[in-house]
Write a protein that binds this ligand. Structure first.
Ligand code: ADP
Ligand code: MG
Length: 510
């Protein structure tokens, strides 16, 4: 195998001042491999990649490409070595065309004066076709979707003869359709011998796409394994250490269904997709809503939050109908939305303002806000959720995704909601924050709140839910107690429409 390696990093060390952030890291990338790099925030992933791309100088250790030792001291060295990074914040120039971006800095010239537009267009078209993408090279980059921009970035890297692509959270800003396209392109690149380092927090993606995974923790590479021989709990353990991994272990919570349900959804229809959906959630119960993207999950969440009027059916909280968002909030419903950047946060406001935003009336008399009370609540939330921020007045945009999500959560936790709906609560959130969010969900339910969790990450649903609703094509196809689900595969099949056979209580809990 050794001579298959396109990249070998050996005994890499790196310190910033007195702080050592990479400790004796070994990393090997095989030719044509998709290799996941995982680990919590601050584990050292970006630093390792920045050494590879010439952003940071290596402390000590060696890098070999195709068995040849290389020195990478700047971006040009990296480019020459065939290494390219596909940036999360795209590095394209929006006011230039696709072709101009792909040829940037190396425009084909006639003589040495004029940029040869035709050649640049031809080159761009060829590079995009290689990816199976049909994007007009004359389009302005500012007119492209996030997914298309990423394709142009990849095409640009390939046209510069990159052999190693580094993708950092490549699906973070993509739609579902764009994610599918990206996966196709990654497989195509792999088949053509390109090697890929894939940084992501999304377990499902790693298992679907990657050949091997290397886990980093506290500046060390703690594990490298083929994905096929690895289970999610093993992966979580190696990222967190066994003690924190306990946050992901499901345990039977024995919820009583004797009293009245807190939430009752009856024969709900939300055209065009959701039809005749009925279910209940009791106080203290955590219900997971599982379904494919586009199965109607978010629509149901929005309807319960009073944001989406149903064409038929009824939603009641404590027996009282929910008819508007104000009524829902009044009744104690809180929604942590799927797109936190768009709907959950004001990115240019401070941590404190964001947490207080929905809660102002709790701390104000007339128009006077009780500052001390507010600061106390915000401090308590920062402590409770381990939000990493230097101060309450830091602008939210500057925090990591995991910390942003914790702030969305704390906005609503501060109200002690009776029903908390979480739509994809851990998208873009690192593993440590995921565990903390799971713990918060359980604590809130233990204190008597009803919880509805929507997630595409099935292992996440399995780790917190007492009961699962399986949504298929806009209908609830099955209701099953968590304890009756034997494996993630089983739930995966159920979500695809092959239902779990031994569910005795399909209708019992409705
Ligand atoms: P990851 O990408 O896995 O989240 P990073 O490589 O970004 O981790 O960070 C690893 C550690 O190195 C963190 O503790 C971070 O604070 C520190 N670090 C990263 N870059 C710098 C820098 N330029 N100066 C000082 N410390 C840094
Ligand atoms: Mg990073």
């Amino acid at each position: 195998m050794a001579n298959q390696a396109i990249l070998e990093m050996r005994s890499i060390e790196k310190s910033f001042g007195a702080i050592q952030v990479l400790k004796n890291v070994d990393f090997t990338l095989e030719r044509g491999e998709v290799h996941a790099l995982m680990g919590g925030n601050g584990a050292g992933k970006s630093t390792l990649m920045k050494i590879l791309t010439g952003v940071y100088k290596i402390g000590s250790g060696t890098i070999r490409i195709d068995s040849q030792p290389v020195e990478i001291s700047d971006a040009n060295d990296a480019k020459r070595a065939g290494i390219a990074m596909i940036f999360q914040e795209f590095s394209l120039i929006p006011t230039l065309t696709v072709a101009e971006n792909i040829s940037l800095n190396r425009e084909p010239r006639i003589g040495s004066l004029f940029i040869n537009d035709r050649a640049a267009t031809r080159k761009a078209k060829a590079a995009l076709e290689e990816l199976g993408e049909d994007i007009d090279p004359g389009t302005l980059v500012s007119d492209l979707s996030a997914g298309m921009m990423q394709m142009v970035e990849i095409a640009k890297a390939l046209s510069q003869n990159a052999k190693i692509l580094i993708m950092d959270e490549p699906t973070a800003s993509l739609s579902e359709g764009e994610t599918v396209t990206l996966f196709k392109v990654v497989r195509r690149l792999k088949a053509s011998g390109i090697s890929i380092i894939y940084i992501s927090h999304r377990m499902a993606e790693i298992f679907e796409l990657c050949d091997r995974v290397t886990v980093m923790r506290d500046g060390r590479a703690t594990m490298t394994q083929p994905c096929a021989s690895l289970t999610i709990p093993e992966l979580v353990d190696s990222m967190l250490g066994a003690s924190s991994a306990a946050a992901f272990t499901w345990h039977d919570r024995q919820v009583t269904h004797t009293g009245a349900p807190l939430l009752k959804v009856s024969n709900l229809s939300l055209p065009p997709r959701v039809r005749d959906v009925s279910f209940e959630i009791h106080p203290g119960e955590i219900v997971g809503l599982a379904g494919l993207m586009g199965s109607g999950r978010t629509e149901i969440a929005e309807a319960i939050f009073g944001r989406r009027p149903p064409s038929a059916g009824e939603i009641t909280i404590d027996g009282r109908p929910v008819t508007s968002q104000d009524a829902a909030i009044e009744a104690g419903v809180a929604l942590v939305p799927e797109d936190r950047r768009r709907m959950g946060l004001v990115l240019d406001h401070t941590v404190r303002d964001n947490i207080m935003l929905p809660n102002l009336e709790l701390f104000s008399k007339g128009s006077i806000v009780n500052d001390r009370g507010a600061a106390g609540v915000v401090r308590a939330m920062i402590d409770r959720l381990h939000i990493k921020t230097e101060s309450q007045t830091k602008v939210v945009r500057l925090l990591s995704g995991g910390n942003q999500q914790k702030i969305v959560l704390s906005k609503w936790l501060a109200r002690n909601p009776k029903l908390l709906i979480l739509d994809e609560p851990t998208i873009g959130v690192d593993i440590g924050a995921k565990g903390e969010i799971a713990t918060q969900i359980r604590e809130l339910a233990d204190a008597g709140a009803a919880i509805l969790v929507i997630s595409s990450e099935l292992e996440e649903l399995l780790s917190v839910s007492d009961r699962l609703l399986i949504l298929h094509d806009g209908r609830i196809a099955q209701t099953i107690q968590r304890r009756d689900v034997q494996s993630e595969e089983e739930l995966h099949h159920a979500v695809q429409g092959h239902f779990i056979a031994h569910a005795e209580d399909v209708h019992a809990s409705r």
